[in-house]
Design a protein around this ligand. Sequence first.
Ligand code: GTP
Ligand code: MG
Length: 404
Amino acid sequence: MTFTIGIIGKPSSGKTTFLNAACLTNAKVSELPFTTIDPNRGVAYVKTKCVCNDLNVEDNPKNSLCIDGFRFIPINMLDVAGLVPDAHKGKGLGNKFLNDLIKADVLLHIVDISGSLDKSGNIVSLGKTDPFDDILFLENEINLWFKSIIEREDWNKFTKVMVTEKRKIVESLYERLSGLKINKTQIILTLKNSKLDNKNPSSWTELDLLLFSETLRKISKPTLIVANKIDKQTSEKNLIDLKKNYNGPIIPCSALAEHLLREYHEKKIIKYIPGSDDFELINEQHLKVNELEALNKIKKKILIPFNGTGIQNVLNYASSNIADQICVYPVSDINTFSDNKENILPDAFLVKKGTRLRDFVRDKIHSDLAENFMFGIDAKTKKRLGENYELQDKDVIKIVTSNR
Ligand SMILES: Nc1nc2c(ncn2[C@@H]2O[C@H](COP(=O)(O)OP(=O)(O)OP(=O)(O)O)[C@@H](O)[C@H]2O)c(=O)[nH]1
Ligand SMILES: [Mg+2]
């Protein structure tokens, strides 16, 4: 299954602009709250250092791109409607639309770091609101969304018939939450971290259920805070203040600036590699004076001080640091690093750190291959790898099956 990032936040914080910038899509954006009603989808790319330079080969990728020695691996992105306080009671568009995010591996919370929107996403004077409040209310709403999925209408009935044996409790909860992309290890960890592993769910209080929901949310849908609209006047100071209050990673970005740069790159007016802190003018004559000024301003006010627009940083950080993804390259020939059509380093896959070789073969390569799977070979060292081998970042691997 392709790695998926979900985008959440209050109305008008810039969720769709972020998606458009990351995926070069054209979903509707406006300063009016609740512009997005139905979810927008797109394909973005995580940028990693490609192994082509280490192996000294010129690659021709098939499922991904290689630009200047960087491998760009496709991921899915999903942008949903804005969330307001008390959405779980039906305020705004409610929170049912969050069900679209059930399959997400990681969430990005897009915050308007300039603090210029009220709780419903209406524009107020610059810097009037505190971005930290956005984090608090949104976390609460997501916790309550999780609780509603766990509790549903029949929690009492469900727990009454539950067998008290610990293993059976985990099984029952796992079955109940099967749609949430949650595994048994995560359920066991949630019970342990919320200190509920010795308490039968039939005697959980309302607070226990809330604690379980919050802990499960943190474990199964880890969230990265994205400080968007960093280009605005009040943003830098707000970012410093937010870092004092919020004890987790926050990445500044300007979705608007990134979108502009990628558009000019598409039109071949500039050369811009997503994630870099500069661009090169290649067809300056097609720019009007004010467009050139805008580009220079982006360079001076965003690219130089923030080391880029932040969009690619967000995607990379969410993938490697929040969701622990590493990159693996399957090949057919361990000497040329190619597939059976002579494409060198054709595919690059993101997999979770800790993934075993047999699970990689089953989930990412082909479930049919898993049946005939015998062993793997590390193409760099030519060493044989057993089915329990734990994949490492930048592994180049041949899968050997009984019918070769
Ligand atoms: N200055 C600045 N404006 C931005 C940035 N990102 C988005 N905006 C503006 O913020 C407004 C709202 O953007 P949207 O992308 O529609 O916001 P949204 O979060 O998808 O809004 P809803 O779909 O209504 O929830 C638009 O006017 C965007 O141009 C940014 O990085 N900088
Ligand atoms: Mg939107």
